[in-house]
Design a protein around this ligand. Structure first.
Ligand code: TPP
Length: 252
């Protein structure tokens, strides 16, 4: 009997091995973006801007046009590309150090201007690439290399809830948070990306999808323990949901 093909690699990704650690969420997010773009028949009109961080090699993995920006500056580069080439689907792909720390001003202003770009935001609660330092999204009490006794919110503030924060801005038309650590959540994550890209194509404003993501290497745990940490701790601080969706009657 001829075998039936049940799964194949999406043509939206190059046929290469990535540099990501076991359990990392970046690869899952990359695949979902790629699958959605293939289903939209949009590979040829997509331009992604890769961040400084673990996803810096996005151009080696995505099978669509990609450029690079200085740390935190992907929204500015994405803004320029979208304004010059408004028919392109433009993605600003960022980690939480990139977006919520060094790039905080960039993201707030791009969102507030209602730039017609989509941000895919990977929140792994630390600076992954540089060895696990505290990020603005690090949980209260979380141990990182720069908070060896746990994050003290009286000294370093509270974990930043980007999806909720940006949803308050009128230029933002879609803001949601998903997760990547369980099959059902991965399916939902894909639908969030579909909605965000649809908002961009509708031309009404800015869209962002934040993903709660695993970083077992820098959290110092194995992948299963990291899944438990997300369920037990991270989702309490970063609840999943759609905080604004103009197309289903979200409020400005
Ligand atoms: C201007 C500048 N400052 C600092 C760095 C060092 N640096 C490289 S990646 C990074 C943090 C990346 O963390 P995040 O954005 O959370 O992404 P992740 O690696 O976790 O995916 C830092 C601080 C740099 N490359 N450029």
């Amino acid at each position: 009997m001829k075998p039936t093909m049940v799964f194949s690699r999406t043509p939206g990704l190059k046929d290469v091995v990535t540099s990501y650690c076991p359990g990392c969420g970046h690869g899952v997010a990359h695949r979902l973006m790629a699958e959605v773009l293939v289903e939209m028949n949009a590979l040829g009109r997509t331009i992604a801007v890769a961040p400084v961080g673990c996803a810096v090699y996005g151009y080696d993995y995505w099978n669509f046009d990609t450029t690079e920006a200085a740390h935190g500056r992907t929204p500015a580069v994405a803004t320029a590309i979208k304004r010059v080439l408004p028919d392109r689907l433009v993605i600003s792909y960022q980690g939480d150090g990139d977006l919520a720390s060094i790039g905080m001003a960039e993201i707030i202003h791009a969102a507030n201007r209602g730039e017609r770009i989509t941000v895919i935001f990977i929140n792994n609660a630390n600076y992954g690439m540089t060895g696990g330092q505290m990020a603005p999204t690090t949980l209260a009490g979380q141990v990182t290399t720069t908070t060896p006794e746990g994050r003290d919110v009286s000294q370093t503030g509270y974990p930043m809830r980007i999806a909720e924060l940006l949803a308050t801005l009128p230029g933002v038309k879609f803001s949601a948070r998903g997760a990547l650590h369980k099959p059902g959540l991965v399916r939902k994550a894909k639908s969030l990306i579909q909605k965000a890209f649809a908002i961009q194509d509708a031309g009404t404003g800015f869209s962002i999808v934040e993903f709660v993501s695993l970083c077992p290497t820098n959290w110092g745990v194995n992948t299963l323990q990291a899944v438990e940490m997300v369920e037990k701790d991270m989702l309490k601080t970063f609840p999943l949901g759609i905080f604004k969706d103009e197309q289903v009657g979200g409020k400005d």
